[in-house]
Write a protein that binds this ligand. Structure first.
Ligand SMILES: [Zn+2]
Length: 394
């Protein structure tokens, strides 16, 4: 027995309820858990889509939907161009065990005609489609996520051991603007770990050397060189221009300064540190996570601070720690996964152990607490007489 497309659709209509545009708009406003799923082809999505929609082309639906929507009980409204393919997609999802599925009657055409909000994704060039093709195969990234990466601005403090892998991989991933803060020049002793620099660039400013490496890998990344020593006079104006801050500069004055200014400006901060064979990473989401001062309200007195003598570090360690930081940045930009908010990840490279510690938000914190006592950036001094020597090797 054969059935025609009309029979198929009639059957789908029996299984998948249809909703109209005002219903969907209300559902989106009422319930942030409500998933809006766009099953059109990429060329159709390029003309515009519902702002919060997850995009999985119909042809990839069965293969990608479980990763994109792991919880099968979440409410899902599917749309296509006119409301036909979404019915069939809805039938598929129900068969896969999704319990709360419906289809948007009239599809995107109706949504747009009725004047409901939509956005036009950034148009990608043929080169970008090729370069980021592996991202497009992940529904969690896709063209929408890639556009988000391309539009984002990340500031990396320190173009050294941690800054090198962070900047390199973020450039490769297509983060559109990378700011680098560093006032050092490339030295031969850096090259054991700071893979963004090269023998033939010894003596060059680190930000310049890094910019050459990043643009050789990905010419479309805009690298902004901040050749300066970050202090209370410039930190706010430098950080203000970025969406995410990465701290790869492990000395106390900079760590406290960057923490405080990130809290003042409400910027997410991915903090990392390395020492000998060990490293640590934590992510501070403004308003949600404890900050550095929740744990250590004030820096230790200079006489108790770690020695300013150059510390040893295993050359591969910054790669390990920096790539955890880069991963956190990408997740923050895409809004996917769970970041290390309220968690400190500690890496012991010798034992090859990754351990996690809970960090709690302190309501009495001098910066992010209920009654903050620190409301302007502070320059801590006395840790290192020579600012070129960091307290920890970076
Ligand atoms: Zn705090």
């Amino acid at each position: 027995m054969t059935i025609n497309s009309r029979d198929l659709l009639e059957q789908a209509r029996l299984e998948v309820p249809e909703v109209d545009c005002p219903w969907l708009r209300d559902a989106m406003e009422r319930d942030p858990q409500h998933v809006v799923l766009d099953v059109r082809e990429p060329e159709e999505v390029a003309q515009g889509l519902i702002p919060s929609a997850v995009h999985i082309p119909r042809g990839y639906l069965e293969l990608q939907v479980e990763a994109a929507i792991p919880d099968r009980s979440r409410p899902v409204t599917i749309y296509c161009a006119a409301g036909v393919r979404s019915l069939l997609a809805g039938q598929t999802l129900r068969r896969m065990g999704y319990t709360d599925v419906r289809s948007l009657r009239g599809g995107f055409g109706s949504w747009k005609d009725r004047g409901f909000p939509y956005r036009v994704p950034r148009a990608l060039t043929a080169e970008q489609r090729e370069r980021y093709s592996r991202h497009f195969l992940l529904s969690e990234v896709g063209e929408v996520g890639q556009a988000r990466l391309l539009d984002s601005k990340v500031l990396i403090i320190g173009a050294g051991g941690l800054g090198a892998p962070v900047a390199y991989y973020l450039a490769a991933a297509g983060v559109g603007t990378l700011g680098l803060v560093d006032f050092d020049k490339v030295e031969r002793s850096n090259l054991q770990r700071q893979i963004i620099h090269t023998e033939d660039r010894l003596g060059m400013m680190k930000t310049k050397s890094a910019a050459l490496a990043l643009n050789a890998l990905n010419p479309e990344v805009q690298v902004v060189e901040h050749n300066l020593h970050l202090d209370s006079s410039n930190a706010e104006s430098v950080l203000a221009g970025y969406d995410v801050i990465v701290n790869g500069c492990d000395n106390f004055p900079t760590r406290y300064l960057v923490n405080d200014v990130a809290v003042f400006l409400g910027k997410p901060l991915v903090d990392g540190g390395i020492f000998r064979f060990e490293g640590q990473v934590t992510t501070m989401v403004p308003g949600a996570s404890p900050c550095y001062r929740c744990r250590y309200p004030a820096p230790p007195p200079p006489e108790e601070a770690p020695s300013c003598a150059e510390a040893g570090v295993l050359g591969v360690l910054p790669g390990l720690v920096g790539l955890v930081q880069a991963t956190e940045v990408v997740k923050l930009i895409l809004g996917i996964g769970d970041v290390l908010s309220g968690r400190l990840l500690h890496v012991d490279a010798l034992a090859m152990e990754f351990r996690e510690f809970r960090i709690r938000k302190d309501p009495g914190c001098p910066v992010c607490g209920e009654r903050p006592t620190i409301t302007a950036p502070i320059d801590y001094e006395g840790f290192c007489l020579n600012p070129n020597l960091p307290a920890m090797a970076v």
